[in-house]
Design a protein. Sequence first.
Lengths: 159, 791
Amino acid sequence: MKQTAQISLTVNGETVEADVPVRRNLVDFLRQDLGLTGSHVGCEHGVCGACTLEVDGRMVRGCLMLAVQANGANVTTVEGLADSGRSAALRQSFMARNALQCGFCTPGMLASAIEYIEAGGASDRNAIREHLSGNYCRCTGYQAIVDAVCDVIDGRVSA
Amino acid sequence: MTNPLTLYDRPNSYIGHSVPRPDARRLSEGRGRFVDDKVLPRMVHAAFVRSDMAHARITSIDISDAKNSPGVIAVWTGADLAPHVEPYVGVLSHLAGLRSAPQMPLADDVARWQGEPLAMIVATSRALAEDAVALVTVEYEELPAACDMETALDPDAPVIHQEFGSNLAWERTVDVGDTKAAFSRTDVTLVERELRFGRHTGVTLEARAAIADFDPSEDHLTFHYSGQAPHMMQFIFAKHLGLAEENVRIIAEDVGGSFGIKIHTYGDEIATAIASRLLKRPVKFVADRHESFLTDIHARDHVVHGKMAVTQDGQIAALAFDDVTGIGPFSMYPRTSAIEANQVLNLTGAPYDIENYHARARVVFQNKNMMCQYRAVGHPIAMAICDGLLEDAAAAIGLDPVEIRRRNLMRDDSYPRASASGMKLDDLSHQKALERLVDMMRYEALREDQARLRNEGVFRGIGFCSMVEVTNPSPMFYGIGGAPIASQDGATIRLDAGGGIQVSSSVTEQGQGTNTILAQIAADIFGVDLDRVRIKTGDTEVTPYGGGTWASRGAGIGGEAMLQAAVALKEQVLDVAAVILQAKPDDLDIKAGKITDTDGTERMDLSDLARTVYYRGNELPSDLKPELIATRHYRVTDFPFVFTNGAMAAHVEVDTDTGIIRVLDFWAVEDCGRVLNPLLVDEQIRGGVVQGIGGALYEECLYSEDGQMLNTTMADYLVPMSAEMPDIHVAHIETPTKTSVLGAKGAGEAGTGGAPGAILNAVNDALRPLNSSLWQMPMTPERVLKALGKV
Ligand code: FES
Ligand code: FES
């Protein structure tokens, strides 16, 4: 009954080889098999955005992708974004604006915001709200998150 | 010792400043420690078989296939776990007459709501446990269900607990003055409405999560818990599992949102603890989203018939209402499900001078998930009843909604006083808050825009809510009724050899910034830099005993205990410093980690003092017995609660073709006493407002007539997302409470309490020229179109 497959991928710059159950999704694999618990699970069906992470340069829902589909891929999680410094400015502005409370949405929110900023998004509040509208946050009310993204785009933080 | 209040003006002060949260960095780097992130040796995973029926006799549960499923370690039914738990009953003695039946973690012979756990499976992974759940066959004999709270009291309604003879759980009436006489006066205008408030729920992004780790060698349970009240949970596990309280340790590290959801006794969590005890190894249970929607407590669910009379010059002559609220088949343990209705009776009309007040609430059992305390318990109902009727009455007599408030709000110089329902009130500022609000939103200009746009067929509305919030509760909230819920909290502060301080407190952090507030107070009052303070909360083994964080009490109660402890430690340290430096304590101070003269001249480093005490006590006189640690506790004594007040306004646009309501702007002026950290308080207000908007416009737990919840996914249950939310403008009035030195009241629930009333009024202001109105939350597009007669 147990069905597994051998996969090889790069996670936060490290090569990972693993034998994974074929039904395991990517975020469960990262959390349970690799101990990368920064990516969170809020709904398991692609709605809340808590599991948002980068696969081959695109932000995806880690709960909507199977680990076996990441075979050969290059995966970056919130831990990787922090270690490489890619999220540094945004993290600093999140702290300055108190754009996180419980912090459970934050890894996914950072990933979506980085996607917007790195694509050259403007500091247009409505556009930012639209872009982040797939990431649920129960605590902040979103305004501080929008402020934080604007601060980075407008160069009000440096890290 | 000087008066601590003067310390606010010191250099390096933190209280009152927008200090960013030190713990935010960890969370932003993916270094959170949420329950599901933890892995313990030999840990196994639980999943539950849950009732498919709202009300049914369980005729058999076949677990044989599940037992043989791969990875399965144990399968238990209600009968298996029953001998290991003492049943619990959600009643409190101060809610006279409240009744509820004993509850067990797993239902035994009768299931009373869809989602009630029936059997538990423990396996080597959650996925394998879920596989086995699918192999359990439950045979039911369906029983007639009482799902609709409005008919649950009918004589022919099925009775859920036969021993009670009806589905009435609790009833209370408040009768002040003579409403009958006031309503029959010929010189008053009457408005009468039926207000409906849908069921919604907390939707914490992190679901309920638990790891129970029982160690039989010490008869000791460690319970990793995502929640708000560790000491309450310690009592509950000890009492109902038959353990000594000191042998139960509750650890709550990072909590992914709670809002009152994670402060109750859930059968699946109790079962998880029993499972760990039976298996002698750690058991993890993390609810999936479907389980969260089915079993996290729901909130609100009220139908209110309300009536207000106003005189021609706009004075409230009388307010009366009748509230029915459905709470599911049991009253939740240990806080009970009657507190919300009680709050509605206590709080309705509390901002206003009202002499004639009549209110009745009936709390009703029904075959749906249980209802209990969620952020701003009762407040959105209470505020929407009074402020909704008030603006309705204002329109009826042709008075502006701001003007009618000016004529009825309690005067800022009229405190201390009581509300119509008898609530003791002090240090409030309704009038100031309203004027500040009107100013900040540019009310006149907004009205002009509204009139102009109406001519163009654009329907915008402006609505207000003047509100109170219950914060800093005394023992009168729960303790008096026999609940194992502390109203006092404690803080311990210790100077370590390195000159840094260690703080522990019994209040808890779920993202509000409690830990930051505590660090600010400790650093500021004692006199060290903020980065020399380490904070520990959320662990019954190492923190002082206390209530945790609920009813907006963390800053006001936990903060005051922290202040008192820091004052005490400072005195102790200066006593030692005075001996070492041969000075008088009164001539010394502590600033930025140094003992100084009062003029700021540095005398010695705190670490030198501490190292002398800890390592080289021989240098001190033998009669000096230094204590470099202090603990203080605090509770509110003079008042049952410390009320805050606020004034809020919403600006909305109603699309009369689609029924979609867009919130264009929202303003909130809040008086939470001394603002300890404006950055954090503003974000509490904003987050609260957005939850209030969610309840007003989007969120509803939809049930079929036979008690099946229909929208148990986040795709089907709508929550506020960033694109729909407006920017929210926040301002403060600071009227410190006289009950404490710190002067802080709570702020966490105001937005959720006030926003729905303001949104209701704004929508009805927009609909008024169309001769329509809508009194049902959430105000969905379909309901708007129905109100407009378009569908
Ligand atoms: S957990 Fe993947 S989107 Fe919610
Ligand atoms: S900070 Fe709690 S969900 Fe966003």
